[in-house]
Design a protein around this ligand. Structure first.
Ligand SMILES: Nc1ncnc2c1ncn2[C@@H]1O[C@H](COP(=O)(O)OP(=O)(O)OP(=O)(O)O)[C@@H](O)[C@H]1O
Ligand SMILES: [Mg+2]
Length: 209
């Protein structure tokens, strides 16, 4: 299952109903390669004449100011640190509002903060590739998120490589090696277990890029 196969599948969904925008979800544990694959898939689809755009669930991270109010700053990335209803509302807007641009928030990795109105979903975008940890989560309102998506694919990577990529990324963004390792063990791993427990709910399991 390579990038061309995935692009062909997404393109087929778009061709099946030319009047409707298609929403494909990529889910997977932290560091599994969702963002990388979503970017490549949207680019590949666009290159084959199906204009597509990546929309990350990460744009719905609560900002630090809101995490601080809730005592959640040390758990950034856990399911309760996302504005799930905001994300659901965006997905519904992406379905309903196809006659004007819709602006979505991104996640700024240097600031480690969401950034409003960073990503433009234009009327011509036929496929939205959205990606994040909790698209298959069982708690409300995530099952409603799942219902908005035409397909959900699970991005798979063995734990060893996944964890070392996460540590490397934390180091690249300024953490010491020890702090990065501790964050991956204490914060990212419990989230990974929660995501991995829902792997069998995916329509397809795809290898990490
Ligand atoms: N093929 C690869 N080889 C090595 N490193 C990679 C590869 N693909 C992605 N990475 C790196 O691994 C890290 C995780 O990838 P990516 O950000 O795509 O994962 P993610 O699932 O979106 O993570 P998160 O859940 O934290 O958002 C990134 O630093 C990325 O640059
Ligand atoms: Mg990501």
């Amino acid at each position: 299952m390579d990038l061309d196969d995935l692009a062909a599948r997404a393109a087929a969904l778009a061709e099946a109903d030319p009047a409707r925008r298609v929403l494909v979800g990529l889910v997977g544990a932290p560091g599994s390669g969702k963002s990388t694959l979503a970017r490549r898939l949207a680019n590949r689809l666009s290159a084959r004449g199906v204009p597509s755009v990546r929309v990350p669930m990460d744009g719905f991270h609560l900002a630090d100011v809101a995490l601080l109010e809730r005592g959640l700053l040390a758990r950034k990335g856990a399911v309760e640190t996302f504005d799930a209803h905001g994300y659901l509302a965006l997905l519904r807007r992406l379905r309903a509002e196809t006659d004007h641009d819709v602006l979505a928030p991104g996640f700024e990795r240097d600031l480690e903060q969401p950034l409003a109105a960073s990503i433009t979903i234009a009327p011509e975008h036929r496929v939205v590739v959205t990606e994040g940890n909790y698209l298959l989560d069982a708690d409300e309102p995530w099952p409603d998120v799942r219902r908005e998506l035409d397909a959900v694919w699970f991005v798979d990577l063995d734990d060893g490589r996944r964890r070392s990529r996460l540590v490397m990324r934390h180091v690249k963004h300024g953490k010491s090696r020890e702090d990065a390792q501790a964050w991956v063990d204490d914060v990212d791993e419990p989230n990974a277990r929660r995501v991995l427990a829902r792997r069998d709910q995916a329509d397809l399991v795809v290898p990490s890029p």
